[in-house]
Design a protein around this ligand. Structure first.
Ligand SMILES: [Zn+2]
Length: 1147
């Protein structure tokens, strides 16, 4: 899944699972009466003592709990503590292997009913079956049958797509009896010990040979019951899956099954337990290694939420409201659509049939196998889908809609031609071509990188009008927001195009990482998301190399380093104690930090060995589940052959990063006389009072270094580690001249910051300003490290701010500017209400001036997409600091467009539209607000709607802010409702805080009913920019009042709290210094100007190319950073800073 741009990130903390321990009673002892009496007396005494002790301990704990349970208490994080919930996991005694799911959808009446036949097997003697069901009505027709087959013969096979005759029976419970029957089965059995590419995808044109498979184990049949045989029905047969066996079955009518018995097992009760558990009690015990079929009939509501099986709507060009039925199951909503074992490790095959109106199209993970009209329901039909490969429940998907598609094909690695279709509502079909163009390119590239083909027979990508996250990787049927799949070059800009490329690349990467190999449990969600995030950059860099995607990767990393320094940040790999915590793991720690750690490993072991390890891992765990140490084991195998890496323990190295929270700063202290350099690691934290356990952490840090110089002694730059810092400190002798600057963590590949002694910082600053550092990433990294070291008092602020002046004379790298401006964003929001803010504004104008002049203030057509990104950022800042030119230009642009009648005739350059809209709403009062509100209501284009709704909360009118918040509760479609909570500090946030406190129940009910991800963004909107003690106290009493309801979003609250404390402390400690520095600089600058005035006027040339934009002003700590930007390649390339080659690590 990819995160939506509007979703706020939240953090988690580590907790630990505890296995249940059970004792059995065996035997006894005999004692005399005397001993017995003495024993009793002793026992009474001991009991009394224990009672007294327990009383005092309990009393002590209770009195303590009053404070420790308050989340702002420094002693422990707010959230679930103690052992895991007893209902967190399903028992593993019963496992499913196959689901036959038949669903009748009624979108108009918002309900569905279905039957599911689940083939299960017990691992031990159990008398109950526990699976998941949420909000479903299970009727009393439940059945459980034991199925036994002795022999299956496949007489011959037919073409895979052969339409049936082979239609799946309306009622699959009408087939076999205890006598031999002919069933529709084709069996393809493959030895999993020798997985080959060919095993993953059966050829669609394959004519199978006659086979005769003798099964030693029992074989179950979905059709099992006591009903009489029906030769005309053509149900399929579920084959139990021997461990690690890969096979695919297709519907066919040429298999002969000998059926030895089918026995009903009496169900004594079905009850709904806590944790969405459906508990089925049985009259007799299930035997291990026998296959049973559980049949359940159920009904449910198609909700308007954006989770489970839900309804999405759109307005067609003729003004009609059209509906579609959509699924979103990750992480735990498959159980809301059909009863199932809803945990990622319970992989099974699925065979799905959907009943729907004949004028609509049904899609699912697999290809359509056949369709049939439903005789007793005119106008309705069944669409039957092929049986799936082995997969997790959260990846199941089905959609019923009136959408249209465009189609292409590609030939996969295993030489099979596969269709790719992009689906959308009919009027947006012209926007589908970009996704359709890049998808085959990405698939082909990924097949090369992963060494395995895309395994399914087809791939559908579909744009959903109402969708919560950015996209979802359902196997073979990927769902997207409309704005993350559709792109129209005539109406949208490079930012929109990049968003599409990134989301498509991310979800396609999941087809291998996540779908083919899945994490065993949500603890290792980061394996899915970290890898997909890393690979998305690799993929986009391949198809759109001019974007320099790995520059964006570095920006995202540096932005994350800011929030990962909070006191209650969480490790990448973290235990889940309560089910409510699962959704909190979909945060930037799992995504961006996960991606960075994987990239760090790649650069440590070399591209070649990393790739080798990747292939070992994927081949070993295909169609199965894995944990992080399985990946490290594969990497260890890969690096064994390299003598330089023999001493590297991949497991210890990576566990030190994935299982510990936060990250270190490496302090570099040079002895300029001897050439010795001491490297020392320490936790880098925003807190004055960090947890002792975190202070004690040590990481295995790969250290790369170089010294930039024009001299011959300059060292070639390489990101390969040259030494390791595993202990607290290490001293190394480096042949660096005392006059040269030492630069550590080349290309910012390592996930850590670096601080240097004062002299080396001076040398670095001089090298930076004299142009010795060519790489934009190096410049951005030094500025970012300096700013954040100063923020937490590890460095003098004037030194950090002094570095910013290196861009004044014409820096043109968008990475450098973006990082610098992101850091300035923190200062901007913090000092906004101080008198120093005016000097800050003036300083920013000085900083921006030269570059804006070079870019003609954005009025000329940008030479490429990167320049368009730079322009939108710089001009946005120019307006934000209230430069008169910018404000007047923005106002003129808005007036010209809004007064000329036809709004579709928009002459504002697309990459500057967001800025113009924002300024118009900010400065234009009610008139402008209503203009945009109407434009939002009337627009049908999702990009136009999104652009407007993103900017509406910029209004500064308190009444209009309240109006927007009210509309989020009743008027706005679900997808857009959370967006308007992105109000601006301080006017907007204070209103949002009061509105949230006053209307808590309504707001909580509205947004938690949408899905489990949305409510945190509401909290962040209201409380994410706290700057004063009174706001902090308001948050504390709010959280205490609603503690029970807020527990599931504890990590968001904790992060908000940490950020608030950081900002309040920063204001006390640094605001005066920072303000004084700006004042001094501006005053001196004005003096020098008065001696040599310099004025420039922009050219009047107006840009006319289209590029739409959404720019954020600075990247505040504690806010989400979307997946946009730039970066540098990694899976397939050595880092290119200064264009030198990498060398072998000295490990
Ligand atoms: Zn994802």
């Amino acid at each position: 899944m990819s995160l939506s741009n509007s979703r706020n990130q939240f953090l988690a903390f580590e907790s630990h699972n505890q296995d249940n321990i059970q004792y059995e009673r065996k035997g006894g002892i005999f004692v005399t009466t005397c001993v017995c009496v003495s024993f009793i007396l002793c026992a009474v005494l001991v009991a009394t003592l224990v009672g007294i002790i327990v009383y005092f301990i309990t009393y002590f704990k209770l009195s303590q709990s009053v404070s420790t349970n308050d989340f702002w208490n420094e002693a422990e994080p707010f959230g679930h503590n103690g052992p895991p919930s007893p209902d967190l996991r399903l028992p593993s005694a019963v496992v499913p292997s196959f689901y036959r799911l038949k669903l009748r959808t009624d979108i108009d009446n918002s309900n569905f009913r279905g039957e599911v036949y689940i083939t299960i097997k017990a691992k031990s003697n159990v008398k109950e079956i526990i699976l998941h069901s949420k909000g479903l009505s299970i009727n009393d027709k439940a059945k459980l049958t034991e199925q036994t087959y002795e022999e299956i013969q496949t007489l011959h096979r037919k073409k895979r797509e052969e339409p049936a005759n082979d239609t799946i029976s309306e009622n699959p419970t009408t087939a076999t009896t205890a006598t031999a029957n002919t069933l529709n089965v084709t069996i393809k059995e493959v030895d999993a010990q020798k997985p080959t590419n060919e095993t993953f995808v059966p050829s669609s044109n394959e004519h199978n040979e006659t086979t005769h498979i003798k099964l030693n184990t029992n074989v179950s049949n979905e059709t099992a019951n006591d009903a009489p045989a029906n030769e005309t029905a053509t149900p399929t047969v579920a084959i139990p899956i021997p461990n690690n066996t890969i096979y695919t079955t297709v519907t066919n009518r040429n298999t002969h099954v000998t059926h030895s018995s089918a026995r009903n097992i009496q169900i004594t009760s079905i009850t709904q337990g806590s944790g969405d558990r459906l508990i089925i009690k049985l009259a007799s015990t299930l035997k291990p290694d026998v296959d049973y079929i559980l049949e359940l009939n159920f009904e449910g509501k198609i909700s308007d939420a954006m989770t489970g099986f839900y309804k999405s709507t759109y307005t067609s060009t003729d003004g009609q409201i059209r509906s579609l039925g959509v699924t979103q199951f990750e992480p735990t909503s498959a159980r809301a659509a059909f009863p199932c074992f809803d945990e990622p490790a319970f992989k099974a095959m699925f065979e799905i049939s959907i009943a729907h109106p004949s004028n609509l199209t049904a899609l699912s993970n697999m290809k359509v196998s056949s369709q049939e009209d439903i005789p007793d329901s005119p106008g309705w039909r069944w669409t039957h889908f092929d049986r799936s490969v082995n997969m997790s429940t959260y990846l199941v998907a089905y959609i019923v809609s009136d959408f249209k598609s465009v189609e292409t094909t590609y030939v996969s690695k295993d030489n099979i031609t596969k269709p790719i279709r992009v689906w959308t509502r009919p009027e947006l079909i012209h926007k589908a071509s970009y996704a359709l163009t890049i998808t085959p390119k990405l698939l082909e590239y990924y097949e090369e990188v992963f060494g395995l083909p895309y395994v399914l027979d087809k791939l559908d990508l579909i744009a959903i009008p109402d969708f919560s996250s950015g996209a979802m990787e359902n196997w073979g049927l990927i769902t997207f927001r409309e704005t993350t799949l559709l792109f129209d070059p005539a109406a949208s800009g490079p930012r929109d195009k990049q968003n599409v490329a990134i989301d498509v690349a991310h979800e396609l990467a999941h087809q291998w990482f996540g779908n083919l190999v899945t994490m065993t449990w949500w603890t290792d969600l980061w394996l899915n998301e970290g890898f997909a995030t890393y690979i998305e950059y690799v993929g986009v860099d391949h198809i759109e190399p001019e974007w320099n995607m790995f520059e964006s990767f570095s920006i995202d990393k540096m932005d994350l380093l800011r929030s990962d320094s909070l006191k209650n940040t969480s490790p990448v790999s973290r235990k889940v104690i309560d089910a409510s915590e699962i959704s909190q793991k979909f945060d930037e720690i799992s995504y961006t930090k996960g991606a960075n750690l994987i990239r760090m490993l790649n650069h440590t072991v070399s591209q070649e060995l990393f790739h080798k390890g990747l292939l070992i891992y994927l081949n070993q765990w295909t169609y199965s589940n894995a944990e992080e140490n399985d990946l490290w084991a594969a990497m260890s195998t890969a690096v064994e052959s390299d003598s330089n890496l023999r001493q590297l323990s991949v497991v210890e190295f990576m566990n030190s990063w994935t299982r510990q929270a936060g990250y270190p700063v490496v302090n570099v202290d040079r002895n300029y006389e001897t050439g010795d350099v001491m490297f020392e690691q320490k936790l880098f934290t925003s807190s004055d009072d960090p947890y002792q356990a975190m202070i004690d952490q040590l990481w295995h840090i790969p250290i790369s270094y170089t010294w930039p110089s024009q001299a011959k002694s300059a060292k070639p730059q390489s990101a390969k580690p040259e030494l390791w810092l595993k202990e607290r400190s290490v001293i190394a002798h480096l042949p660096v001249d005392r006059t040269q600057a030492l630069y550590v963590n080349v290309d910012a590949i390592g996930y850590y910051r670096v601080n240097y002694d004062t002299k080396n910082w001076e040398l670095l600053s001089a090298a930076l300003k004299s142009g010795h550092f060519k790489s934009p990433i190096t410049k951005a990294q030094l500025i970012d490290d300096a700013f954040n070291l100063a923020k937490f008092s590890h460095m003098n602020y004037s030194q950090a701010l002094g570095l910013t002046t290196c861009v004044i004379e014409g820096e043109d790298s968008k990475v450098v500017w973006e990082l610098l401006l992101n850091n300035m964003g923190f200062i901007k929001y913090s000092i906004r209400s101080t008198s120093g803010y005016v000097y800050f504004q003036d300083y920013m104008k000085i900083l921006l001036q030269k570059q804006l002049e070079r870019l003609n203030y954005g009025l000329s057509k940008p030479k490429d997409d990167n320049e368009a990104f730079l322009i939108e950022n710089l001009v946005m800042w120019e307006c934000e600091v209230e430069a008169p030119r910018c404000l007047k230009w923005a106002q003129d642009e808005f007036t010209n467009w809004s007064t000329q009648g036809d709004l579709s005739n928009n002459s504002i350059p697309v990459y500057l539209r967001s800025l113009v809209y924002n300024m118009a709403i900010k400065k234009g009062g009610r008139r402008a607000f209503e203009f945009f509100w109407d434009a939002f209501q009337n627009a049908t284009d999702p990009n136009v709607k999104t652009l407007i709704i993103n900017n509406l909360p910029a209004t500064r009118d308190p009444a209009l802010i309240t109006l927007l918040l009210e509309r989020s509760l009743n008027e706005l479609p679900n997808q857009y409702a959370p967006t308007v909570w992105g109000v601006e500090p301080t006017v907007g946030t204070r209103i949002a805080q009061d509105f949230l406190i006053k209307n808590f129940d309504a707001i909580y009910n509205k947004f938690t009913s949408m899905d489990e991800f949305t409510f945190p963004s509401i909290l962040n909107g209201a409380f994410g920019f706290i700057i004063s003690e009174d706001e902090l106290n308001k948050l504390k009493s709010f959280a205490l009042q609603h503690k029970d309801k807020l527990l599931p979003v504890s990590q968001t609250l904790q992060k908000i709290m940490d950020t608030a404390k950081l900002r309040i402390e920063w204001m006390k400690r640094h605001a005066p210094t920072v303000n004084a520095w700006f004042k001094d600089y501006v005053t001196n600058h004005k003096k020098s100007l008065s001696e040599a005035p310099n004025t420039t006027t922009p050219s009047t040339t107006t840009a006319s190319t289209g590029n739409s934009t959404q720019t954020s002003i600075g990247n505040e700590i504690g806010t989400a950073n979307s997946n946009t930007g730039n970066v540098q390649n990694s899976t397939d390339a050595a880092p290119e800073i200064n264009g030198t080659t990498t060398t072998s690590p000295e490990i």
